[in-house]
Design a protein around this ligand. Structure first.
Ligand code: 5RP
Length: 321
């Protein structure tokens, strides 16, 4: 598959992720036009969803488009009804000798502090599945066909896959279906490794990320969007076997948004990523253009974090928030 429309002649790209409204994240993208337009000169590709492409840009954007083709999910948790929840909690207490709520609180605190073992993380995931339907966000279907993406002017189609949920086969089928349609059209398919609140902490799990990429590439992904898990991320990229671009996620609480974003971007590129696919870290920042320029320098000019920060500071002085 020819990826040059997305990754350019250098094989590297800064992708601006603006597809969030498809799953209900609107904060910061209430008026997408004025948010996105000033950023376009400083990024290589726009990842977006059908509404923004069709209705905000009238189908015409001066950058290659990675169009989100899978969706129909929600950020609204569906609570498990009390008549199912209460007996489950009582059975837990009887079996384990401690209340369900206390166990959840204890495990959550451990996971948040980063001290939970893999088994404890798994246990929390399991217990949380009693509280609300964590998988509802994962029940994606294809919104567009491969031909539909081409007709709308896309240079690539993005499809999320929710492994480790009961929708893993359904979402893998979405990816494989898109791949079958896209291949004869020469349309590259981005497989998005989904983690999100529903799955928690999997973004730090090297084994999960390695296997997720392998499964998704085998199901037809030409590029993978995944998370930088820190140590071992270079191995994840190596084992993926196709170019990897890295998701931004939210800036962790208590971290400086500029320094953390620059450090993350630099680490991704040092570990062998082909680019960045950041959204909220750019357009929720007080100086989005300056962040985009700093990321461009890291990806295309091998800028160090110090150089990128310097560029950010100069650029933010030129364009005050
Ligand atoms: C992760 C996605 C999202 O739709 C989005 O692109 C995330 O961007 P960010 O986390 O950088 O705001 O593809 O599933």
């Amino acid at each position: 598959m020819n990826l040059s429309k997305l990754l350019g002649p250098t094989g590297k790209a800064v992708v601006l992720a603006t597809d969030h409204r498809y799953f209900g994240v609107v904060n910061g993208l209430e008026t997408p036009g004025p948010v996105i337009r000033p950023l376009l000169p400083y990024v290589d590709v726009l990842m977006t969803e059908p509404h923004i492409l069709r209705n905000v840009f009238g189908g015409k954007v001066d950058k290659p488009i990675l169009l989100r083709a899978s969706g129909c999910s929600t950020v609204m948790n569906v609570p498990v009804p009390g008549y199912l929840l209460e007996p489950a909690k009582a059975a837990y207490q009887q079996r384990m000798g401690k209340t369900f709520d206390a166990a959840v609180a204890e495990l959550s605190a451990k996971v948040k502090s980063g001290k939970a073992s893999e088994a404890e993380q798994e246990e929390l995931r399991y217990l949380e599945s009693f509280l609300h339907e964590p998988d509802t966000i994962a029940s994606e279907r294809l919104m567009l066909t491969g031909q539909g993406c081409v007709d709308e002017g896309a240079s690539g189609a993005a499809v999320s896959v929710y492994l480790k949920t009961r929708y893993q086969s359904q979402t893998l089928d979405n990816l494989a279906t898109m791949s079958r349609q896209a291949r004869p059209l020469g349309l590259p398919v981005l497989g998005v490794v989904a983690v999100g609140t529903a799955l928690g902490y999997l973004e730090n799990d090297i084994d999960f990320l390695t296997r997720a990429s392998a499964v998704m590439v085998a199901h037809g992904a030409d590029i993978i969007k995944t998370y930088n898990c820190g140590d071992g991320f270079d191995k994840v990229i190596e084992a993926t076997g196709v170019p990897v671009i890295v998701a931004g996620g939210k800036v962790p609480k208590g971290k400086d948004p500029t320094v953390d974003t620059i450090d993350l971007a630099y680490d991704c590129m040092q570990k062998g990523a082909s680019g960045l696919d950041f959204g909220r870290r750019i357009w929720r920042h007080d100086h989005p253009v300056a962040v985009a320029r700093a990321l461009g320098a890291i990806v295309h000019k091998n800028a160090t974090p110090k150089e990128a920060l310097q560029l950010f500071e100069e650029a933010s002085r030129q364009q005050p928030a």
